[in-house]
Design a protein around this ligand. Structure first.
Ligand code: NAD
Ligand code: UDP
Length: 338
């Protein structure tokens, strides 16, 4: 069984490639490397001892994708490729709509024409918006995104639902990720943000390695136990394993299935900072700053549906996430550029 992994050299994609190979799947990776390095694929080969093809191709390039489908026998796609920086999406909405939405439409057209109708899509908890109350569950109506990135996830979910309505031969899995952090325990692959990290954990990791001075905590006056924002942090290896379970199920059926991939536990910013310091024995200076526009107080999953239907549960602890992040960052202070 051969799986096309778009965005397979990115953060979540590379970890999922490892688990796909470990589970016995063959993989074909497509990436344009706009936010990743081909070296990630070498590291995946090194971790798994298995080889696979990587195509440098933009998913908006229909002819390029078509050729790949002609050369390879592909049974399903896991679709990670997309731009993901919330702040940047507000500066460059057209680029985000073009890349994420048209890229997905191009991929779907090529898949349809090739008769490959199983797709697992990287959605996000951001689709719950600010209207719903935590814990978020899959039966809640999709909310209103506060930025173009989130809007692309909502549109793509809709496109995939419409596609299934038009042709019941499709099998669509919409996986709504909460906050992926951590790295492979080998320390060979991990998150490698360009420039100043927007997300909490990579920022903390860069302070620990001496690249940044101090963390600004975005507000301590939220209605949460310690006043700082609460999120559902999930170890990227658990997240990757969730994809294998979703894929196993999707291959044997048709329909649209939506799953939250989170732990169901909310941790505050201060919980993360304190655990990182404790587990790794490093100092993380911080100060309290203003709230970040668009942030919500709390975001965590009800993860029961994935447990019940996929037999999947996140198992790794916050301490594991902090330890593995640091192991990656200290061994690769410049990401894949070493
Ligand atoms: P990432 O940037 O590390 O990986 C995305 C990959 O897609 C990169 O390798 C990039 O080069 C590639 N890519 C982007 N546009 C492309 C295009 N047009 N053609 C070919 N390749 C292209 O991001 P990630 O954190 O691994 O996220 C993977 C997916 O999960 C994304 O769709 C993201 O929106 C979604 N997601 C991520 C998070 C998170 O916190 N990391 C949360 C929810 C959802
Ligand atoms: N956060 C912070 N300082 C930072 C980055 C993030 O205090 O430099 C907070 C942010 O306000 C939120 C939490 O950390 O409460 C997680 O933020 P992240 O951007 O990682 O994820 P998201 O908000 O998109 O869920």
């Amino acid at each position: 069984m051969s799986i096309l992994v778009t965005g397979g050299t990115g953060y979540i994609g590379s970890h999922t490639c490892v688990e796909l190979l470990n589970a016995g799947y063959d993989i074909v990776v497509v990436d344009n490397f706009c936010n990743s390095s081909p070296m990630a694929a070498d590291r995946v080969r090194e971790i798994t001892g298995k080889d696979f093809k990587v195509y440098r191709c933009d998913i908006r390039d229909r002819d390029g994708l078509k050729k790949i489908f002609e050369e390879e026998k592909i049974d399903a796609a896991i679709h990670f490729a997309g731009l993901k920086a919330v702040g940047e999406s507000c500066q460059k909405p057209l680029e985000y709509y073009e890349n994420n939405i048209w890229g997905t439409v191009a991929l779907l057209e090529v898949m349809r024409d090739a008769g490959c109708k199983t797709i697992v899509f990287s959605s996000s908890a951001t689709v719950y918006g600010s209207e719903n109350k935590v814990p978020f569950n899959e039966t809640m109506p999709v909310g209103t995104a506060t930025n173009p990135y989130g809007t692309t996830k909502i549109y793509i979910e809709n496109i995939l639902q419409d596609l299934y309505k038009s042709d019941n031969g499709w099998s669509v899995s919409l996986l709504r990720y909460f906050n992926p952090i951590g790295a492979h325990p080998s320390g060979r692959i991990g998150e490698n943000p360009n420039g100043i990290p927007n997300n909490l954990m990579p920022y903390i990791a860069q302070i620990a390695v001496g690249k940044r001075e101090k963390l600004s905590i975005f507000g301590d006056d939220y209605p949460t136990p310690d006043g700082t924002g609460v999120r559902d942090y999930i170890h990227v290896v658990d997240l990757a394993l969730g994809h294998i379970k979703a894929l196993d199920r999707a291959l044997g059926k048709t329909g649209v299935d939506i799953y939250n991939l989170g732990t169901g536990i909310g941790y505050s910013v201060l919980d993360i900072v304190k655990t990182f310091i404790e587990v790794n024995g490093v100092d993380i200076p911080y100060e309290i700053g203003p709230r970040r526009p668009g942030d919500i107080a709390e975001c965590y999953a009800n993860a029961d549906k994935a447990a019940k239907e996929l037999g999947w549960k996140a198992e790794r602890t916050l301490a594991d996430m902090c330890r593995d992040t640091w192991n990656w960052q200290k061994n690769n202070p410049n990401g894949y550029e070493n």
